[in-house]
Design a protein around this ligand. Structure first.
Ligand code: BGP
Length: 491
């Protein structure tokens, strides 16, 4: 089998990392707008204020659920730098950027709608017209070039008010606010958008519940409830999307965490299964349509009881995702042999260094086989169309004589694209498209840094917020254009 003729090549972004204009034209604050910048060794901080005492402070994000101090609510505090506030200014430069995408031959562009641009507080009665108008303009511009939008409804951008007033996704009322928001935009952009994703990396709820759903008190019970509420919300949106326009297709978005065993010790193989369950639970429910037994047993053991209804499970079953999209940058290694555990960082999963792989500056292993591995795992389990919606190399780029020679990025992408093409040609997997991450440089989600870049187009802005925001195509820009034009034949 070959790649489809209409294979959806493109790039991916998220509003909070790309748009900027965080308080323009009636936009409310989102959970991302109170997050500062970290670095390789320093975590991002979420700043807070105690409304009663006026005291201010921060909590560090890290890879574990964080808890806010008693009486503290996340807030923008003077003196801190918040990367989302300007980001790389897509809000004012969308025409220029879309032109770059068209020049590369993009068939699709993944972006998110910033929920708090449409409903500034999340629970408002009426949407904000100015917010809706902005996306009218963006979708029309994309249409001009026949670029199909792929829209994430929630990419770490819960309206902050929902976190403060309701504790985030733990509260079932948030389901209705989200469904109302989804209905508003699906009706408004009918005919302009047909591919939707409900929640970015829904499984991030287990590790960073504030980022995944504005969860303020992340007990295991609350995390389970927030995830459940997002599953129900997803199913309701699938139902609604099909009613609004039968052309609509709604996908799940999973952060695929590939885990390999370090040794042939059977205990390590079992550890891999257990680790993978933490990821696959989310796709078993949202794409598979049912709660898997291993999770139900875990909830029983831990005394977790969901606030649920029989109708929830009917919805989850009947309106599972139409397709399964995922992010995948890297792989990690696990072992039960404590003495072999060394330092290794990665995309959400902590593991052991893989002696066969190189690592990026941020410690993410570059794995030339990981996409084929991911695609086979997910295809064998669900047999639903798949879409790689994030992949790429975060690296520091240097501008030399107005040029960026990012051959390291090209090399990473060559290997990764070759890997998914094999999954189609050799394994016969139904793959809809590929949108590499951060096609125009944007702010990193994990660190908030600008210097961790993924793009084909360089944006002049640094970690301190200096720079003209001017765009320069990198070497990878011309390379990707050639890849798209040859439908993956000329790598
Ligand atoms: C994913 C997120 C993106 C993104 C990407 C790269 O987890 O969905 O928002 O930014 O990872 O991660 P980072 O920006 O931390 O390098």
């Amino acid at each position: 089998m070959e790649l489809k003729k209409d294979f959806l090549w493109g790039g991916a972004t998220a509003a909070n990392q790309y748009e900027g204009a965080y308080d323009e034209d009636g936009k409310g604050l989102s959970t991302a707008d109170v997050m500062t910048q970290g670095s390789l060794h320093e975590a991002r901080k979420i700043t807070w204020k105690n409304i009663k005492t006026g005291e201010v402070g921060y909590v560090e994000m890290g890879m574990k659920p964080i808890k806010f101090p008693e009486g503290a609510v996340p807030a923008v505090i003077k003196g801190y730098y918040y990367p989302s506030h300007v980001a790389t200014d897509f809000y004012h430069r969308y025409k220029e950027d879309i032109k770059y995408m068209a020049d590369m031959g993009f068939k699709t562009f993944r972006m998110s709608i910033n929920w708090s641009r449409i409903f500034p507080n999340g629970d408002d009665r009426e949407p904000n017209d100015k917010g809706l108008e902005f996306y009218d303009k963006v979708f029309k511009e994309l249409k001009k070039y026949n670029i199909e939008p792929l829209v994430t409804l929630s990419h770490y951008e819960t309206p902050l008010n929902l976190a403060i007033k309701y504790g985030g996704w733990v509260d079932r009322r948030v389901i209705d606010f989200y469904v109302k928001y989804a209905e508003t935009v699906m009706k408004r952009y009918k005919g302009l958008v047909k591919y939707w994703l409900t929640f970015n990396e829904i499984n991030v709820m287990s590790m960073m519940p504030y980022m995944g759903g504005g969860v303020m008190d992340p007990t295991p019970q609350n995390i389970a409830q927030a995830a459940h509420n997002q599953f129900v919300a997803s199913a309701k949106v699938v139902k609604l999307a099909h009613e609004i326009d039968p052309e609509n297709k709604v996908g799940q978005m999973l952060a695929f965490a590939a885990v390999y065993p370090l040794t042939p010790d059977p205990k390590d193989q079992i550890k891999v299964i257990e680790d993978m369950h933490q990821t696959l639970f989310y796709s078993d429910v949202q794409t598979g349509g049912r709660y898997p037994e291993y999770k139900l047993e875990e909830y029983k053991r831990e005394g977790i009881k969901l606030d649920d209804t029989p109708e929830d499970y009917d919805l989850i079953k009947k309106y599972s995702a139409d397709f399964l999209s995922f992010s995948c940058y890297s792989s990690s290694v696990t072992t039960t042999h404590k003495d072999k555990i060394g330092e290794s960082r990665g995309n959400f999963v902590m593991g052991v260094k893989n002696p066969y792989l190189k690592e990026s500056d941020w410690g993410w292993a570059t794995d030339p086989e990981v996409l084929r591995y991911a695609l086979n795992t997910l295809w064998d389990r669900y047999h639903k169309p798949l879409w790689i919606v994030e992949n790429g190399l975060g690296a520091v780029d240097k501008v030399e004589d107005g040029k960026i020679h990012d051959d390291y990025r090209i090399e990473y992408l060559q290997e990764n694209i070759a890997s998914f093409i094999k999954a189609v040609e050799v394994d016969g997997i139904d793959l809809m498209g590929y949108t590499s991450w951060g096609c125009i440089d944007l702010v990193s989600a994990g660190t908030g840094q600008m210097s961790k870049r993924y793009g084909y187009v360089y944006v002049d802005r640094d970690d301190e917020g200096n720079g003209s925001l001017d765009r320069i195509p990198k070497d990878s820009f011309y390379w990707y254009k050639k890849v798209i034009a040859s439908n993956g034949k000329d790598l």
